[in-house]
Design a protein around this ligand. Structure first.
Ligand code: G3P
Length: 214
C-alpha cells in the first residue's frame, strides 16, 4: 500500500520523508488555509520536496473555471494531481483533464455510485472519506470494501485513496482490503510505529546488555 501524507505543512512533509515510506501528499482547501501562506508558492515547495504525486484541489464551481484552475495548477510541476469534487461538473472536468493527460483525484466520495461514475469518467484516483462516514455512525471502511469489490468486478484501474484517516486502525483496515493508497495525517504516521511491547522489549534488552562484561 502506498502512503501519502495528508498535509500541506512543510515541516511535517520533511519529517515524514525521514521515515522513508512516504509516496506522496494530499492537500485540500482546509489544509492549505491552515498554513496561512500564499497558495502557489506553497504548492511549488511541496512538489519540489516530494517526488511522488501531490493532490491539489480546484475550488471553482463551473466546468470552465475548474478546468482553467486545473491547468494552472498542473503547470506548477509534473507531479501535481488535480483534486476534483464529485458532482456533475466534476465528472465533466475529470473527463476533459483525462483527455489532456492530466491526472485527477476525485474527492468527497461517500458512495459506491459516486466512485463508479468517477472511475468511468477516467479518474486516476478517488478519495473515500472514511473518518467522516464513521463520524455520522456509518462504516467508512465498508464503503472502501464495497468500492474495491465493484472496481474489481469491472477491472477498473482507478486507484482508491483511503482518506479522512483518523487512527492506525483505519490504516490497517485499508491495507487488509488492499486499497492502493492510504493518505494519513502526520500524527497517525508516528502512531503506526509505536507499540508498548517494542518499547518494553528495548528497555529490557538494554538493561541486560549493561550486565554483559566486555
Ligand atoms: O484528504 C481528505 C481528508 O483530509 C479529510 O480528512 O479528517 O478532515 O475528515 P478529515
Amino acid at each position: 500500500m502506498k502512503i501519502f501524507l495528508d498535509t500541506a505543512n512543510i515541516a511535517e512533509i520533511k519529517k515524514g520523508l525521514e521515515y522513508g515510506v512516504i509516496d506522496g501528499v494530499t492537500t485540500n482547501p482546509s489544509l492549505i488555509a491552515r498554513e496561512k501562506r500564499e497558495f502557489i508558492p506553497l504548492i511549488k515547495e511541496i512538489t519540489a520536496i516530494i517526488p511522488g504525486p501531490v493532490s491539489v484541489e480546484v475550488t471553482a464551481s463551473t466546468v470552465k473555471d475548474m478546468i482553467a484552475q486545473a491547468e494552472e495548477y498542473a503547470a506548477i510541476a509534473a507531479n501535481v494531481i488535480i483534486k476534483v469534487p464529485i458532482n456533475l461538473e466534476g465528472l465533466q472536468v475529470v473527463k476533459t483533464l483525462t483527455g489532456r493527460g492530466i491526472k485527477t483525484n476525485v474527492t468527497l466520495i461517500f458512495s459506491v455510485s459516486q466512485a463508479l461514475l468517477a472511475a468511468k469518467a477516467g479518474a486516476s484516483y478517488i478519495s473515500p472519506f472514511v473518518g467522516r462516514v464513521d463520524d455520522i455512525s456509518g462504516d467508512g471502511m465498508q464503503l472502501v470494501e464495497d468500492i474495491a469489490m465493484v472496481y474489481d468486478n469491472y477491472g477498473l484501474a482507478t486507484e482508491i485513496i483511503v482518506a479522512s484517516v483518523r487512527h492506525p486502525f483505519h490504516f490497517v483496515q485499508a491495507a487488509k482490503i488492499g486499497a492502493a493508497v492510504a493518505t494519513i495525517p502526520f500524527a497517525t504516521l508516528s502512531q503506526l510505529l509505536s507499540h508498548p511491547l517494542t518499547a518494553n522489549g528495548m528497555e529490557r534488552f538494554l538493561k541486560d546488555w549493561e550486565k554483559v562484561k566486555t
